[in-house]
Ligand binder design. Structure first.
Ligand code: NAD
Length: 519
């Protein structure tokens, strides 16, 4: 069945005259266990970022289709919540195996729609699959607590699902972020509606197909598409009890406000500005390689990209060597085997990044490596490419410091002491990730305890926690207080009942009513 997926999903004939755009391929919805063509007349064109060739048309899901997705998820919840935990575990075990077997197929879809290199796309799938593998432990994760609180009296907790949940995803990890959401949610007995990014929904649909293969029943997982109208529906629909969001500040603040105003739980992971502190006692070779990889890998389109380097004291002398390493990175289409950096997601993203580079120059920073208009192979000449770029002598008032650039641009600031570096980072509104490179354990410990950032690397550039932990960004990088995946993720998708039970009450005084609080 998996093999027939490419024909059943990818060659669906459009029902509206989208052929005027010279394409026969549209992206289907996944509702009630079926891949269906939207009846919409509003289609969002999706272009391959490396070539700007049209890949597919993504529907703005109609209100009727959205309602069908929510109704079917609500209906499916009635039986799914009663399914045994062992049967849900069995499905997850099969699901992770199918993801493993179809990693290449998912990765190719990611590279075609999102642009990142094939090797990096496989990492996207792997990091998502690890969440599924951890969710396979649902039989232990969902255990409650029990205590004999008095003679013959027990108190115990039961973790129950919420109902229909929804996930709204960004473009930069088309497999990993949907997998942060639906495996844990459905493992806990919820049903889910996923809205992938309208810029690269292909991976989420392959995952939905694999979930169906693994035995996820119809209606338990649904995938809808679109932009603001779909998001508004999710924020307002009465069946939806909780929304997981990952993406930009603007969308996240809006969704948090509208979703919580409607009484829903909302967890929202937002933007970032991640600083890497380089102490002069760090291992130079290792540090420079890690810096180049974490600033420019995935063309800087990672929420944990180390995009801001803070050079303490003499470490500022290392910049020429960093330029040397960054200039050697190969810029090309993500399908090419030796590519280091693929394109940016859209032409608009490319222009925005180029403008932020120019603003740095205009505001007094030194452009020591200019990646604008890089040379790429002829077949990628229309792609959205920006090469590795380094702006030195950046100051906190500059726009290139204040904004999340989300491109292959590393900005460098100089400070005299570790305390200056900590002060700078703690003054930044974001708190997603940070790292210190040092060979001094005492400085590293001082840094980890003084810094107001949720995820800290010590000689580790992109410290995204593995899924037995949770993703713990803080400050302006998060709205809501219950994190994604790990114990916290499960807490988000469940509610707790606490039962206090007394079965033997012969010894209790039966002669009068108990009107006072027990003391
Ligand atoms: P985005 O906010 O543009 O899109 C995310 C989702 O929100 C999409 O599904 C989109 O359809 C929807 N959306 C977009 N604009 C909207 C609006 N005005 N109103 C309602 N919904 C809207 O984000 P993106 O560009 O796809 O992703 C990049 C951003 O995501 C970066 O800021 C990055 O830091 C952030 N991100 C954060 C994390 C994290 O865990 N902190 C992880 C990945 C990405």
């Amino acid at each position: 069945v998996i093999r027939t997926f490419s024909t059943s999903i990818r060659s669906l004939q459009p029902v509206t005259p989208v052929n005027s755009l010279n394409i026969k391929r549209t992206t289907p919805l996944f509702i009630n266990g079926e891949f269906v063509e939207s009846k919409t007349d509003k289609w969002i064109p999706l272009y391959n970022p490396a070539t700007n060739d049209l890949v597919t048309l993504v529907p703005e899901t109609t209100p009727e289709e959205l309602k069908a997705a929510a109704d079917t998820a609500a209906e499916a919840f009635k039986t799914w919540r009663k399914s045994s935990i062992l049967s849900r575990q069995r499905i997850l075990l099969d699901f992770q195996l199918l993801i493993r077997e179809h990693t290449d197929k998912i990765a190719k879809s990611i590279t075609e729609e999102q642009g990142k290199t094939l090797a990096d796309a496989k990492g996207d799938v792997l990091r998502g699959r690890q969440v599924v593998e951890t969710a396979c432990g649902i039989t232990n994760l969902l255990m409650g607590e029990r205590l004999a609180v008095a003679t013959d009296m027990d108190t115990y907790t039961i973790r129950e699902p919420l109902g229909v949940t929804a996930g709204i995803c960004p473009f930069n990890f088309p497999a990993m972020i949907p997998l942060w959401m639906f495996p844990l949610s459905i493992a806990a007995g919820n049903t889910m509606i996923i809205k992938p990014s309208e810029r690269d929904p292909g991976a989420a649909l392959i995952l939905a197909q694999l979930a169906k293969e693994a035995g996820v029943p119809s209606g338990v997982l649904n995938v809808v598409h679109g932009s603001i109208d779909t998001v508004n529906f999710i924020c307002d629909n009465e069946h939806i009890k909780a929304i997981s969001f990952v993406g930009s500040d603007r969308a996240g603040k809006y969704i948090y406000k509208r979703g919580t105003a409607n009484g829903k739980r909302v967890q929202a992971n937002l933007g970032a500005k991640n600083h890497g502190v380089i102490m002069p006692d760090a291992n130079k070779n290792y540090t420079l390689n890690q810096l180049a990889g974490s600033a420019f890998g995935a063309a800087g389109q990672r929420c944990m990209a180390l995009s801001t380097v803070v050079l303490v004291g003499e470490a500022k002398e290392w910049l020429p060597e960093l330029v040397e390493r960054a200039s050697k990175l190969k810029i090309s289409g993500g399908m090419e085997p030796d590519t280091d950096l693929g394109p940016l997601i859209t032409h608009q993203a490319k222009e925005r990044v180029e403008n932020l580079i120019q603003s740095g120059v205009d505001q007094g920073a030194k452009l020591i490596l200019d990646g604008r208009n890089p040379v790429v192979p002829e077949k990628y000449k229309n792609g959205n490419f920006v090469g590795p770029t380094i702006l030195a002598d950046v100051k906190p008032h500059m726009d290139c410091y204040k904004e999340e650039i989300f491109g292959p641009v590393l900005i460098a600031l100089n400070v005299d002491t570790l305390d200056d570096a900590i002060g700078l980072i703690n003054n930044n509104p974001y708190g997603n990730g940070t790292a210190i490179f040092t060979s001094n354990g005492s400085n590293a410990r001082y840094f980890t305890t003084s810094i107001e950032v949720g995820q800290i690397g010590v000689n580790v550039p992109i410290p995204v926690p593995l899924p037995m932990f949770s993703f713990t960004g803080n400050k302006a990088s998060i709205l809501g207080d219950v994190n994604f995946y790990g114990r916290s993720g499960l807490q988000f998708y469940t509610q707790t009942k606490t039962v206090t039970a007394l079965w033997r009450h012969e010894d209790v005084d039966h002669t009068k009513s108990a009107v006072t609080m027990p003391t």
